[in-house]
Design a protein around this ligand. Structure first.
Ligand code: M6R
Length: 358
């Protein structure tokens, strides 16, 4: 039930810090360390390459997952859109393992791939929020999101839970391989949950951003680099889905190769700049669009990438866990933009919560 909340979407956004904390508890072993089921860890470690297959927001969580699996655990990982993979299968490695990510566990495009790769005899794992769903039942291995029922069509808490499960997976695989993490994943993820809570308390500020940047526009851009680029893809999808503003999530450096032609006086460009290694580069991209009249908004991270004039400064978290924190402002901006446009926030037109046709 949504209780005193006007919409499920805002309720589910608010629940995210609690979801991350519960998830960490559920994935903590008796020894107090993060753990995935032994059989799952063995299967993942036996694979020479992981193939993540998903749609929509779950695909975007998969992109972050790939980054974590490769950087933390050193496991080569590819991410594919289910509907593309089904009918245009790439060359596979010798020992692949397939990871299906699906909030509902019922997405037909993803199931089509699961059926195909099972026929080929490859091991499969489903990461889902719904125990007993089709993808849950049909995969060899399962990992739950423990996010609680997600009712709003726009996925919010499942997205951050997926990223958190990938973090658990990457950390346990790295430990199993004898790699030194250099950070305490439980501690860092708890800090991320706290930072998410702090951003949830900034609703008024985010509503103002939606009003200043998105109230009289038909289109908008989100730009970022590295992990921020993946966050931008999710930010654009969320904005399109609930507010009907045409939006694109773009790699900052790629703008000059064509898309910058779309920038006019007043075009909103929101930049995520949380990654220290590419901060100068993304700032350069913001300058490029500002010089062509864009209305720019920079979202940066305190004591890491922040500069005078930035519109939103996120609390500092470990560089791997910035997408968890960025998720909150991107979701809230979309939510308030939808309210401004008088859209049906929880049930956007033409969409269904689970997409059971290919
Ligand atoms: O249930 P799934 O995670 O498989 O759903 C995948 C997409 O249909 C879903 O994430 C969709 O993109 C959301 N409505 C986005 O908010």
């Amino acid at each position: 039930e949504k209780g005193t909340y006007p919409h499920y979407m805002i309720k589910e956004i608010d629940e995210q810090p609690a979801v991350i904390r519960r998830l960490l508890q559920n994935y903590t072993g008796k020894d107090g360390k993060l753990a995935t089921d032994t059989a799952i860890a063995e299967a993942l470690n036996a694979a020479d390459r992981l193939y993540i297959v998903a749609c929509g927001t779950s695909y975007h969580a998969g992109l972050v997952g790939k980054h974590l699996l490769e950087k933390i655990a050193g496991i080569p990982t590819e991410v594919h859109i289910s509907s593309e993979f089904s009918y245009n299968m790439p060359l596979l490695s010798k020992k692949p393992l397939f990871i299906f990510i699906s909030q509902s566990g019922e997405t037909a495009d993803s199931r089509a791939v699961l059926v195909k790769v099972k026929k080929l005899g490859y091991p499969t794992l489903t990461m889902t929020n719904v125990e007993g769903s089709t993808l849950y039942r049909e995969a060899d291995y399962k990992m739950l999101l423990y996010a609680g029922p997600e009712i709003a069509v726009a996925s919010t808490k499942a997205y951050t839970a997926m990223i958190a499960v990938f973090s658990v997976m990457a950390a346990t695989l790295a430990t199993a391989k004898g790699l030194t993490l250099g950070f305490d994943p439980v501690h860092e993820m708890s800090l991320a949950a706290l930072a998410m809570e702090q951003m949830i308390d900034e609703k008024a500020q985010l509503q103002e951003i939606a009003r200043d940047y998105l109230s009289i526009t038909r289109n908008a851009f989100y730009i970022g680099r590295g992990l921020d680029y993946y966050v931008c893809m999710e930010a654009a999808l969320k904005l399109k889905e609930v507010s009907y503003i045409q939006a694109e999530g773009f790699a900052g450096g790629e703008l000059k190769h064509g898309t910058i032609a779309l920038i006019e006086d007043g075009t909103p460009v929101l930049a995520f700049a949380t990654q220290e290694a590419v901060n100068d580069h993304i700032r350069g991209n913001v300058q490029e669009v500002a010089a062509r009249g864009a209305h720019t908004c920079v979202i940066s991270m305190k004591d890491v990438t922040d500069r005078p004039g930035d519109s939103i400064i996120l609390p500092k978290v470990h560089e791997y866990f910035t997408p968890l924190v960025c998720a909150v402002p991107l979701q809230l901006i979309a939510y308030y933009a939808a309210l401004q446009n008088e859209c049906d926030v929880d049930k956007p037109r033409n969409l269904a919560k689970s997409v059971t046709v290919e």
